[in-house]
Design a protein around this ligand. Structure first.
Ligand code: MN
Length: 133
């Protein structure tokens, strides 16, 4: 799955840079958006294999953005994994309720991040296969 396109929606420049660097080093094609609005637009244009969604975004938050992605047939099949601050335990339940596949807690673990993402990509393919069968 090297070369798979991943959309990161994250407003914090340091988090964005770290996540992008780790995924690019692992061979992924990374697209970044710094707001939910931009993320929705890029999801429709870029058709990423996976979306990593910061929940705390200015303007439209990550939960709303996820709900809109899931409500749009053009993007509803793209798995969304939330990026949540460790303290925000309630956010995890809300993320799953909004349609996220799972969540990754921040700060991200630099040793395991790319492998964790690879697991979600594989899961997405498996789900697609089941849907097609
Ligand atoms: Mn944020």
């Amino acid at each position: 799955m090297t070369g798979a396109k991943i959309l990161i929606i994250e407003d914090n420049p340091l988090n964005m840079e770290l996540a992008s660097d780790l995924l690019e080093a692992a061979g992924y094609d990374v697209v970044g958006a710094i707001s939910g609005e931009e993320g929705l637009r890029l999801a429709r244009i870029e058709r990423p294999a996976l979306i990593l969604m910061d929940l705390a975004l200015p303007g439209m938050d990550g939960l709303m953005a996820t709900e809109l992605l899931k409500a749009d047939p053009r993007t509803s099949g793209i798995p969304v994994v939330a990026l949540t601050a460790q303290a925000m335990k309630g956010d995890r339940d809300l993320a799953l309720a909004a349609g996220c596949t799972d969540y990754i807690t921040k700060p991200i673990n630099t040793r395991t991040f790319a492998q964790t993402v690879a697991g979600y990509l594989y899961m997405g393919l498996t789900l697609e296969g089941k849907k097609a069968a």
